[in-house]
Design a binder for this molecule. Structure first.
Ligand code: URP
Ligand code: ZN
Ligand code: ZN
Length: 540
C-alpha cells in the first residue's frame, strides 16, 4: 500500500523467524577487516504521529531513523527520498526508548543445571516485551579467571542474541590476580560493573574483608560495585534448623531467607561501600527493610542505587505456601519474594519517588523438572524466575496505570537511569539525534493477559500468569531494525551487539569525585603538646 509522498506504510516484506532453534554454531569469523554492513542497518524508518517520551519530557514528534541511528526528531518530518522508506504509524501511541533490563541470567549454569532461557529465547522474549538491551552476568567459580568467564559468556551470547547486550562480571574470590583481571576487563573488555555476593556460602560469597578490598578497587577503577545483599551465614544456619524441623518444601526457602537476612546485608554493604566512597548498586531489592536502608542512605547523600525486579513489584511471596509444590517452587529465588502482600506496592512507591532507581528482572528460568532437583530439600531448588518479557508491562500496569508514576518516570526506571548509571547514555536510554534507534511504539490503552501459554520464553511457567496489563509494546526496533511487530518477529540469532561500557560514568562519578574532595578527613591544627610524657600516672 502506498501512502502520502510515495512512502510505504508499514509492510513486513522480510521472512519471519518463528523461533526455530538458532544455529548451533556461530558463523566462522569473516576475514574482511570491514565487514559489510548488515542490510537491516540500511533500513530507513519514519515513525509518524506519535508522542516521543523521554525521561525529562514528552513531545508530539516524528522520528526518522537511518543506519540504525536516530537522524531527526521533530514535527511533520518528510525525509527524502521517499522511496525505500518504511513508515510506522504511531498515532495515539507513545514512542519510547527501548527498555534496558539490568539483570538477567541467560543459560546460566547454576545449582546443578542451566537456566532454561538461553541468549536466543531470552532476548527474543525481551524484544517482544519492549526491551532492546539486557545486561547479563559472567560468573566465575571461586579461584577461576574472571576474564575466562567473561569470554565464555560472550561466546555463548554472540551467536544467539537478538538485541544488544553487555556483561557485568562477578567477583567471587579475591587476590592480586583478580585485581589485575578486573583492570583488564575495564580497559580492554568494556566492563564497568562488578557483582559481589554476600550469600551463596562456599560458592560465591565474599567475606567483609574481601568486600572491602573489592569495593575499594571498584572505586579506583571507576566502576559500579553491585551487591547481592543477603547474609549467607544466617541463611545456612536457618536452613539447617528448618530442615531438622522437617520443613523441606519451598516455604523453607522463604523462612530461611528472612527479611532480616536481606536488611542486615544491605546495611553492611552500604556501610562498607560508603567507607571507601564507592558507588553501590544493590541488585534485586526484594523487601521493605532493604529498600528502607537504601532510602535512608540516599537521604544521607550516599551514592547508592536500588534495583527492584519485575517479580518483586508484581507478585508476592505468599506463593511459597501454595499447596501445589511445583507452583511454590517456581517462585523460589534469592532474595525471596516478600511474604508480606503489601511489599510490591511499597517498592513501587519508592521506585516512583526515586528512592529506588531502575527495574531489572533477575530473569533466570528453570522448568518444573529442573526445580524438582529440590523436591525433598528446598535448599536444592534452583533459584530463579522469569521477567525479561513482562517487565515493561508489569511496571506500566503497577506503576503508571495505578497512578504512581507518569510516562516519563516509566522511561527513567525502565531505560534511561540504567543507561546513565552504566555509562550507555545517551546512545541508549534516550530518543534524540545520534542515539541508537532502540525504540518501542507503546500502546498505553491496549491490554494483554500474561500467560505461559502465549509467552515467548522457554519456560513452562510464568510467575505473572493471568495478570492483565495495560501497556503493550506494539513495535520494537533494535538499532533501526523492526524486530517485533504485533506478535510477529523478525529476529536473527546473533544480530545483537556486545556494547562496551567505559568506566567513570559521569552520572555516578561526578558526585563520587566531589565527595572525595570535600569529605577528605583533615587533621585539626593545634599547638604541639609540651607537657610531660610518662607511662606512670603522676603521684599526688
Ligand atoms: O534467585 C536468583 N536470584 N537467581 C540468580 C542468581 C542471583 O543471585 O542473582
Ligand atoms: Zn543475586
Ligand atoms: Zn541475579
Amino acid at each position: 500500500m502506498m501512502a502520502q509522498g510515495g512512502c510505504r506504510k508499514i509492510v513486513f516484506m522480510w521472512s519471519f523467524d518463528y523461533g526455530q532453534t538458532p544455529p548451533a554454531q556461530p558463523a566462522p569469523p569473516g576475514p574482511p577487516a570491514e565487514p559489510p554492513m548488515p542490510s537491516y542497518q540500511k533500513q530507513r524508518l519514519l515513525i509518524k504521529g506519535g508522542r516521543v517520551v523521554n525521561d525529562d519530557q514528552s513531545v508530539e514528534a516524528d522520528v526518522y531513523v537511518e543506519e540504525g541511528v536516530v537522524q531527526e526528531v521533530g514535527p511533520n518530518l518528510n525525509p527524502r527520498p521517499p522511496s525505500g522508506l518504511t513508515v510506522l504509524d504511531a498515532t495515539n501511541k507513545l514512542v519510547i526508548p527501548g527498555g534496558i533490563d539490568t539483570h538477567t541470567h541467560l543459560q546460566f549454569p547454576f545449582m546443578g543445571t542451566t537456566s532454561k532461557d538461553d541468549f536466543y529465547t531470552g532476548t527474543k522474549a525481551a524484544v517482544a516485551g519492549g526491551t532492546t538491551m539486557i545486561i547479563d552476568f559472567a560468573i566465575p567459580q571461586k579461584g577461576c579467571s574472571l576474564i575466562e568467564a567473561f569470554d565464555t559468556w560472550k561466546s555463548w551470547a554472540d551467536p544467539k542474541v537478538c538485541c544488544d547486550y553487555a556483561l557485568h562480571v562477578a567477583v567471587t574470590w579475591w587476590s592480586d590476580e583478580v585485581k589485575e583481571e578486573m583492570k583488564t576487563l575495564v580497559d580492554v573488555k568494556g566492563v564497568n560493573s562488578f557483582k559481589m555476593f554476600m550469600a551463596y556460602k562456599d560458592l560465591y560469597m565474599l567475606s567483609d574483608e574481601e568486600l572491602y578490598s573489592a569495593f575499594s578497587y571498584c572505586k579506583e577503577l571507576g566502576t559500579i560495585a553491585q551487591v547481592h545483599a543477603e547474609n549467607g551465614e544466617l541463611i545456612a544456619q536457618n536452613a539447617k534448623k528448618l530442615l531438622a524441623m522437617g520443613i523441606t518444601g519451598p516455604e523453607g526457602h522463604a523462612l530461611s531467607h528472612s527479611e532480616d537476612v536481606e536488611a542486615e546485608a544491605t546495611h553492611r554493604a552500604i556501610a562498607i561501600a560508603n567507607t571507601v566512597n564507592c558507588p553501590l548498586f544493590v541488585v534485586h531489592v526484594m523487601s521493605k527493610s532493604s529498600a528502607r536502608m537504601i532510602t535512608n542512605a540516599r537521604n544521607e547523600g550516599k551514592v547508592v542505587y536500588g534495583e527492584p525486579i519485575a517479580a518483586g513489584l508484581g507478585i508476592d511471596g505468599t506463593n511459597y505456601w501454595n499447596e501445589d509444590w511445583a507452583h511454590a517452587a517456581a517462585h523460589v529465588m534469592s532474595p525471596p519474594l516478600s511474604p508480606d502482600p503489601s511489599t510490591p506496592d511499597f517498592l513501587m512507591n519508592l521506585l516512583a519517588n526515586d528512592d529506588l532507581s531502575v527495574v531489572g528482572t533477575d530473569n533466570c528460568t528453570f522448568d518444573t523438572c529442573q526445580k524438582a532437583l529440590g523436591k525433598d530439600d528446598f535448599t536444592k531448588i534452583p533459584n530463579g524466575l522469569n521477567g525479561v518479557e513482562d517487565r515493561m508491562s508489569v511496571v506500566w500496569e503497577k506503576g503508571v496505570y495505578s497512578g504512581k508514576m507518569d510516562e516519563n518516570r516509566f522511561v527513567a526506571v525502565t531505560s534511561t537511569n540504567a543507561a546513565k548509571i552504566f555509562n550507555l547514555y545517551p546512545k541508549k536510554g534516550r530518543i534524540a539525534v545520534g542515539s541508537d534507534a532502540d525504540i518501542v511504539i507503546w500502546d498505553p490503552e491496549a491490554t494483554r493477559t500474561i500467560s505461559a501459554k502465549t509467552h515467548h520464553q522457554a519456560n513452562n511457567f510464568n510467575v505473572f500468569e493471568g495478570m492483565v496489563c495495560h501497556g503493550v509494546p506494539v513495535t520494537t526496533i533494535s538499532r533501526g531494525k523492526v524486530v517485533y511487530h504485533d506478535g510477529d518477529f523478525n529476529v536473527t540469532a546473533g544480530q545483537g551487539k556486545y556494547v562496551s561500557r567505559p568506566p567513570f560514568p559521569p552520572y555516578v562519578y561526578e558526585r563520587v569525585k566531589q565527595r572525595q574532595e570535600v569529605c577528605k578527613p583533615v587533621p585539626v591544627k593545634r599547638e604541639p603538646y609540651a607537657g610531660v610524657v610518662s607511662a606512670t600516672p603522676e603521684s599526688e
